[in-house]
Design a protein around this ligand. Structure first.
Ligand code: FDA
Length: 311
């Protein structure tokens, strides 16, 4: 994790329209475009190809069609329609049926009811075709609405739906047993967004300590938890905990981001752990990409190096 100030800086850049236009022109333009390390491509075909490559190496995957907030109901409707097409293409391709999505993309900023209805439109064919659908967790203004929509759909029998909990937020201590009590699948993350000190830990050590406690709770009580982190110390702590408690490797999975710690992903597969890679794709890749840069300064050097070698 970066310092809070650097996180703020990269989040500021993520919202910069001029920079976004410039990056969009070059980042994915060639097969060596600097964003390709973290983004599978701009089309679903490219994402499916990346997913096939991962599955060929013993990893599983979840596809994420990138796009953040829809400003109008029409945009939200388009994104929902796009998800329908993506599901069809995934089924045709024969890759694993697992997607991740964001509720603001489905219209949460415009209307909660519309976002719920749009998610239902994705879940219905998803359930028929055996998809698992994960709602990514966005920043704290959306936490309550995300849980409410999740719970309404869960109560309607959509148990092919899972959520994400962020260890950085103080409230996660209370949210965790509630979601686990339902029997829903949780992905545990540290939290990618800059949050105020009144509601979230600011120091890495505090976030990590919360993560380890919540991870142990999930491993003992949760339904197939997903431990989404690249943090080797935490991964080692998970391995030690499951060995001590006699929890089988088939009862949980690790998750990592596309292009991040590929060495670690492969090593865990070799040791017999399940590892799912989050595969983002789509034309609106810039904010996601900036969040990844914000997590690790070395990524900025990586981008600059690949820009230099493009010349
Ligand atoms: P931490 O940031 O402490 O990093 C530990 C080590 O991992 C670093 O020292 C470095 O070696 C490596 N590393 C981490 N990030 C890297 C990067 N970008 N590039 C290269 N190396 C890196 N967040 C959220 O708020 N809502 C969500 O829905 C999700 N969803 C999600 C799904 C999946 C599959 C993953 C892996 C992560 C998320 N996240 C997320 C992001 C998460 O909250 C967090 O910001 C990142 O995973 C980085 O935190 P780490 O746990 O890896 O630890």
């Amino acid at each position: 994790m970066l310092s809070a100030a650097s996180k703020t800086f990269f989040h500021f850049l993520a919202g910069n329209q001029g920079l976004q236009r410039l990056a969009s022109r070059y980042g994915m333009a060639s097969p060596t475009g600097f964003a390709r390390r973290f983004i599978a491509g701009e089309t679903v075909e490219e994402a499916i190809e990346a997913a096939r490559g991962l599955e060929g190496r013993g990893l599983s995957q979840t596809l994420d069609y990138l796009g953040e907030s829809a400003d109008t109901l029409e945009e939200a409707d388009n994104a929902t329609g796009m998800y329908g097409q993506i599901l069809d293409r995934i089924v045709e391709s024969g890759i694993g049926r697992n997607i991740s999505l964001k509720l603001t993309q489905l219209g949460l900023d415009v209307s909660r009811e519309a976002a719920l209805a749009n998610l239902r439109r994705i879940l219905e064919p998803g359930r028929t075709h055996g998809f698992f659908v994960r709602i990514d967790m966005e920043n704290s203004p959306y936490t309550d609405a995300t849980f409410e929509i999740f719970q309404a759909l869960w109560a309607d029998g959509f148990t092919n739906l899972g959520v994400v909990l962020q260890s950085a937020l103080f409230r996660t201590t209370q949210d965790l047993p509630r979601v686990v009590g339902l029997g829903a699948r949780v992905r545990l993350v540290k939290g990618a967004y800059k949050e105020p000190a009144e509601i979230a830990y600011q120091r890495k050590a505090d976030v990590d300590a919360a993560y380890v406690m919540q991870m142990q709770y999930l491993l003992s009580n949760g339904t197939f938890p997903a431990l989404a982190t690249h943090d080797v110390e935490i991964i080692d702590a998970a391995k030690a905990f499951v060995a001590k408690e006699g929890i089988g490797k088939e009862r949980f999975e690790f998750q990592m981001l596309y292009g991040v710690r590929r060495d670690l992903q492969a090593a865990l597969v070799k040791e017999g752990y399940g590892v799912r890679v989050y595969v983002p794709f789509g034309r609106q890749w810039f904010p996601y990409f900036m969040r990844r840069l914000g997590e690790r300064p070395a990524n900025v050097a990586f981008v600059l190096k690949s820009l230099a070698s493009e010349k």
